[in-house]
Design a protein around this ligand. Structure first.
Ligand SMILES: [Zn+2]
Length: 206
């Protein structure tokens, strides 16, 4: 299992490609997916799913193009669909382009299998109402979107955000993972569950 990171879109959002035995999933294609498509082709990979951690514009710019080019379905949680009704999901604000419209399939938290890999999907709201974490135990990695970052946490001042809910999501679903689990966030460098539990300033002292 190999994980490749691409910085895509106007905010250089982290897009991840996780490959296993000729198949792959992509997490949050936040911009023109040309580089991702080139990688799939060069490594002769079949893209089985596009996994959205949440439906903010900077994580979804490449959804349509990547899905159309590969036929892979786009998955998200239904509680984030409300975001498609405003600029958070549709883009087109702050001088940034609109998001090309795309079709999604909603998934429920629980056990799943993507590209031949076991995955546990956690509902981890707080940054958005339907934020998902995709945890792949065999890869020892969790794709957390904008829930938690290296020494920081996601913004909770957007509609649907809630700091108390976010910290509960982290404590329940991230800090309970094996401490060496890689946390792959939507922005910034990677970290681990244990490292953030011990050093993230938002979780110290209480
Ligand atoms: Zn976000």
């Amino acid at each position: 299992m190999t994980i490749t990171t691409f910085g895509l879109g106007p905010l250089q959002t982290n897009c991840y490609l996780l490959e296993n035995d000729g198949k792959a999933v992509v997490v949050d294609p936040g911009g023109d997916p040309s580089e991702v498509l080139a990688h799939l082709k060069a490594h002769d990979l079949e893209l089985t799913h596009i996994l959205n951690t949440h439906i903010h514009f900077d994580h979804t710019y490449g959804n349509k193009a990547l899905s159309e080019a590969t036929g892979a379905p786009i998955l998200c949680h239904q509680d984030d669909l409300v975001l498609l009704e405003n600029w958070l999901g549709r883009g087109g604000d702050m001088g940034l382009p609109p998001v090309d419209e795309y079709q999604v399939q909603t998934i429920e938290p629980g056990s799943a299998n993507f590209a031949g890999m076991e995955c546990t999907v956690f509902l981890t709201p707080g940054h958005s109402p339907g934020s998902l974490t995709y945890y792949f135990p065999e890869a020892g990695a969790a794709f957390v979107g904008d829930l938690i970052f290296y020494r920081s946490i996601g913004r909770t001042d957007f509609p649907g955000g809630d700091l108390e809910v976010l910290t509960r999501s982290v404590r329940e679903h991230i800090f309970t993972l094996p401490p060496e689990t890689r946390l792959l966030s939507g922005h910034g460098p990677e970290t681990t569950a244990g490292d953030e539990m011990n050093h993230n300033p938002y979780f110290q002292g209480y």
